[in-house]
Design a protein around this ligand. Structure first.
Ligand code: PLP
Length: 378
């Protein structure tokens, strides 16, 4: 047996491990994911739902068709399941020519690249500004809209243009819309779905139901049938299907949640801008409704200090380092190093975040003062 240990990409959300590693004095506030911390209020699931096998004709599809406004839809156990299966089916069913060109707008959620590479596809990293230069040669263009972690939102007109350019070459556009629910007017989902469009949706983020593992794939019937064939008979559990039917029909909660997320997102943006401008004037903030990403110098140090003080954020340490990506962060000394902040769950968490950032501003002002004094005396 060789010592060939395989390692999967790291993600946010490892609160237990972080507590062990950084042992903060108070309980750890987990802002390391983009999951809504004030999720849909989950009711009690009847015992018989646990007792029976899930059934495909339980009404989930029809309810999802209404919510997502399309007929061509398949439930999966988290959009992650589709992320894993898409390269498998593209490989297995000869959908692409030999040595296909797969472009991924990067940096982005690491699982996409990881899964395509796992299936022996080679990947071209792209920034959105360069897509026009290569689109006609691509067989697949994959992007997250709005992107995680950069928050970049690509306009529907641009996506439609890329879709028709790809079609000339029998190419596919795959859009991961995991963070789209708060502003669905930007979604590419429609009733008459183009043959070469595949969209992924998640109920983990907006509904705050990441633990139940449910998402949806929207694509032409043939692609959906390939995915269904590979996922097996009961991929989405009975209790999950029961809950998601109710969540997708809770229109009042959905509309209120959109407003609440918009407000919370503005509050987080204001708070981070206020403190990070003082901590590092070169820093800049991007993001979407469910998270904000701060690119700054010394992100690693600050990540560790925050964790020790009881606030866990996501350190973006494994992001893309190709030349086109790096050029986006030209003023930052360690390209692509950023911290992603999810939304605090309650007032106590907002306060804690603010107090800790205030402390860091004070420390950096003191350090600057000492540095200036040394300059003067030398
Ligand atoms: C952009 C993006 N897509 C998809 C996923 C997978 O989410 P889920 O499997 O919970 O739907 C994630 C998880 O963080 C993500 O960030």
């Amino acid at each position: 047996m060789s010592n060939n240990i395989l390692i999967r990409p790291a993600h946010g959300g490892g609160r237990n491990q972080a507590i062990k590693k950084y042992s903060p004095t108070e309980s750890m506030v987990d802002l390391s994911t983009g999951i809504n911390p004030v999720g849909w209020p989950v009711p009690l699931v009847p015992a018989e739902v646990y007792n029976r096998l899930p059934e495909a004709d339980d009404g989930l599809i029809e309810i999802a068709q209404c919510y997502y406004k399309t007929q061509n839809i398949l439930p999966v156990s988290g959009s992650q399941e589709a992320i894993q299966l898409l390269p498998v089916i593209f490989h297995q069913y000869g959908i692409l020519p030999e040595n296909p060109k797969i472009g991924i707008i990067s940096p982005c959620y690491a699982e996409h690249e990881f899964q395509w590479k796992k299936n022996n596809f080679s990947i071209i990293h792209l920034v959105s500004q360069k897509v026009d230069d290569v689109i006609e040669s691509l067989n697949v263009l994959l992007l997250i809209n709005p992107n995680n972690p950069t928050g970049e939102l690509i306009a529907i007109e641009t996506l439609n243009k890329w879709l028709s350019q790809l079609k000339k070459n029998k190419g596919y556009l795959i859009i991961d819309e995991a963070f789209m629910d708060a502003a669905p007017e930007h979604s590419m989902i429609r009733n008459n779905l183009p043959d070469n469009l595949i969209v992924l949706r998640s109920v983990g983020k907006f509904f705050g139901l990441a633990g139940v593992r449910c998402g949806f794939v929207i694509a032409q019937a043939e692609i959906l049938s390939y995915i269904e064939y590979h996922q097996g008979p009961w991929s989405v559990s009975g209790p999950t299907r029961w809950l998601i039917k109710k969540a997708l029909m809770d229109h009042q909660w959905i509309e209120n949640n959109k407003l609440n997320l918009k407000k919370a997102s503005i509050r987080l943006d204001n708070l981070l801008s206020h403190y990070f401008f003082k901590i590092d004037p070169q820093s800049f903030i991007t993001g979407s409704f469910l998270f904000k990403t701060v690119y700054l110098n010394n992100a690693c140090d600050l990540f560790e200090q925050l964790a020790k003080q009881g606030v866990l954020v996501r350190l973006l340490d494994k992001a893309c380092t190709c030349s086109s990506c790096s050029s986006l962060y030209k003023n930052i000394s360690q390209p692509n190093k950023g911290l992603r902040f999810g939304l605090p769950a309650n007032e106590a968490q907002w306060q804690k975040l603010e107090e800790i950032l205030e402390l860091h501003v004070k420390v950096s002002e003191d350090l600057n003062f000492i540095a200036n004094m040394i300059d003067i005396t030398e």
